[in-house]
Design a protein around this ligand. Structure first.
Ligand SMILES: C[S@@+](CC[C@H](N)C(=O)[O-])C[C@H]1O[C@@H](n2cnc3c(N)ncnc32)[C@H](O)[C@@H]1O
Length: 183
């Protein structure tokens, strides 16, 4: 569901052939596999996850079990670091962001895709008002109780830009994409 948007953003991040790419919190590995196709034989893609059980070992990327919270960023520098729906789950997100930015090669790109999960007013049509309030209640519980109780910040997507600016003002190119200045 999300991959077409991710691939579009990654395609806009510059030429990937021969690049060193780090996909953190790689989940099922679809983005890592796509990157591996793009970087080609001269490039390298490392896919990490706390729980790498869904990552394939035959899709052209390397798999590493890695904890973003407790371990340093593996094998810097990286030309591209991508994380989708990962930092929002981790209370240490700002510190991790700083470590990721520092692990970029000159000219490298840090692409963070986050999800604003404080949903409101989503129902376009419903059989009755009770159905609308049920959906609202579900999202209230999710955003106000369940997610925060598990370390997730449902408002993080709205804070990423400022956090990136604070990490390194030279890096920020857009709302969710940072490019490290060549030095
Ligand atoms: C919501 S999933 C997103 C997966 C993938 N990035 C995607 O968008 O399809 C969050 C991923 O972060 C991983 N994760 C959670 N805590 C982590 C940690 N401390 N270090 C590394 N990965 C972690 C989970 O195992 C999971 O695969």
């Amino acid at each position: 569901m999300l991959d077409p948007f991710t691939f579009e953003r990654l395609s806009a991040a510059g030429e990937l052939t021969g690049r060193r790419c780090l996909e953190i919190g790689a989940g099922g590995g679809s983005v890592a596999a796509w990157l591996a196709d793009r970087v080609g034989p001269r490039g390298h893609v490392l896919a990490t996850d706390l729980n790498p059980r869904h990552l394939s070992t035959d899709r052209g990327y390397t798999v590493l079990r890695h904890d973003l919270v407790t371990e340093p960023v593996p094998a810097p520098p990286w030309d591209l670091i991508h994380a989708r729906l990962v930092l929002l789950h981790l209370p240490e997100r700002v510190e991790i962001l700083g470590r990721l930015a520092a692990a970029l090669a000159p000219g490298g790109v840090l692409l963070l895709e986050e999800w604003a999960s404080a949903y409101r007013g989503l129902v376009l049509a419903a059989p009755d008002a009770a159905a609308v309030s049920l959906v609202d209640r579900y999202h209230d519980v999710l955003a106000d109780r369940l997610l925060p109780a598990n370390g997730n910040d449902p408002t993080w997507a709205g804070k990423v830009h400022a956090a990136m600016l604070a990490a390194d003002p030279r890096l920020v190119r857009g709302t969710c994409c940072a490019k490290r200045a060549r030095r």
